[in-house]
Design a protein around this ligand. Structure first.
Ligand SMILES: NCc1[nH]cc(CCC(=O)O)c1CC(=O)O
Length: 319
């Protein structure tokens, strides 16, 4: 018989206020309410610096940390117990004093091609404008489709779709997971396979973060932890960590498990797509973190470090 004494009276979830972030927080809220019916689960919506600065590319304003700092401050101040993030938006190193309590089962990790006029990237006329602010998507587009123009596209998912609908772009690239969660799957014109667009580290998975001293919460979150996803995402994060991965780095890593084998693929590119180094490794899922480090070394041997060293230095104030 469950002992209600063991369960907290309430759990507060910190979330960004975008529709996608709120969907994600509500999803975790629903899971927790089902697991712990005696506990009141509420959501604290917050605006982060990353949400406020919409006119500059993410790589210029300092990247991932911007979307999570305010949420971590709420955990620090006990205004919230857990924060729900897209794993893609989590820095490769969780800041000291915080912990990833759980990584949830991955939604579709692929990038989606969205266009109102064209069926696929292959049929876009030369000179067409494709919108994305991700250096990873941009470098792969430029490598595979040098005849297209890539232009910045920022804002939340709805804003990006609106800009497409205003015909500012012939097509845009977005994460399939975000569109599916927002019941916008009908906007997906085509899904890009990993050979066309290797996904971002963590794309499609959610992370639940708490303070490192809250082992009570880590335990309560365990039913939401999906071990196969965690092996994949940790392998991807491990590769990226060695290479100094962030939004400022055109890099992708993607792992999947098939027949109890984890296959990790990764690349580092010049933003103009003129040079790409890539590789893949297979091994036991439990060894994903070591595989990530090995794959990073493999890419470094092929010149990844040269490509990275030539990038514009990270914006000030990053991290
Ligand atoms: N950078 C914003 C962001 N963070 C996570 C997702 C999608 C959902 C996910 O990857 O889990 C998106 C939108 C996008 O890239 O189109």
């Amino acid at each position: 018989m469950p002992n209600s004494f063991l369960f907290p009276k309430k759990i507060v979830i910190a979330s960004r206020e975008s529709l996608l972030a709120m969907w994600q927080a509500k999803f975790i809220q629903k899971c927790l309410s089902e697991l712990y019916p005696q506990t009141e689960i509420s959501i604290l919506g917050m605006t982060t610096r990353g949400d406020q600065i919409l006119d500059q590319s993410l790589s210029k304003i300092g990247g991932k940390g911007l979307f999570i700092k305010e949420l971590e401050q709420a955990l620090e101040d006990d205004r919230a117990d857990i924060a729900v993030h897209s794993m893609k938006d989590m820095p490769m190193n969780v800041p000291e004093g915080f912990k990833l309590a759980a990584i949830t089962e991955r939604e579709d990790p692929r990038d989606a091609f969205v266009s109102n006029h064209y069926a696929s990237l292959d049929v876009l006329p030369a000179g067409s404008i494709v919108g994305t602010s991700s250096l990873r998507r941009e470098s792969q587009l430029r490598a595979h489709f040098p005849q297209l123009q890539v232009q910045p596209l920022r804002g939340n998912v709805q804003t990006r779709l609106r800009k497409l609908d205003e015909d500012q772009y012939a097509a845009i690239i977005l994460a399939a997971a975000g569109l599916k969660r927002l019941e916008l799957s009908n906007r997906i014109t085509a899904l890009l396979n990993p050979e066309q667009s290797l996904p971002a580290v963590g794309q499609g998975a959610l992370g639940i973060e708490c303070r490192a001293d809250r082992m009570d919460l880590v335990q309560l979150m365990q039913p939401l932890h999906h071990q196969a996803t965690a092996y994949c995402v940790e392998a991807e994060r491990s590769m990226s960590r060695v290479l100094g991965g962030s939004c400022q780095v055109p890099l992708g890593a993607f792992a999947e498990i098939d027949n109890d084998k984890l296959r990790l693929r990764g690349f580092v590119a010049q933003p103009d797509g003129k040079r790409i180094v890539s590789g893949a490794l297979e091994g036991k899922p439990e060894t994903g973190i070591a595989m990530g480090q090995q794959l990073a070394q493999k890419l470094i041997k092929q010149g990844a470090d040269e490509i990275l060293a030539a990038l514009v230095p990270a914006a000030e104030g990053w991290k």
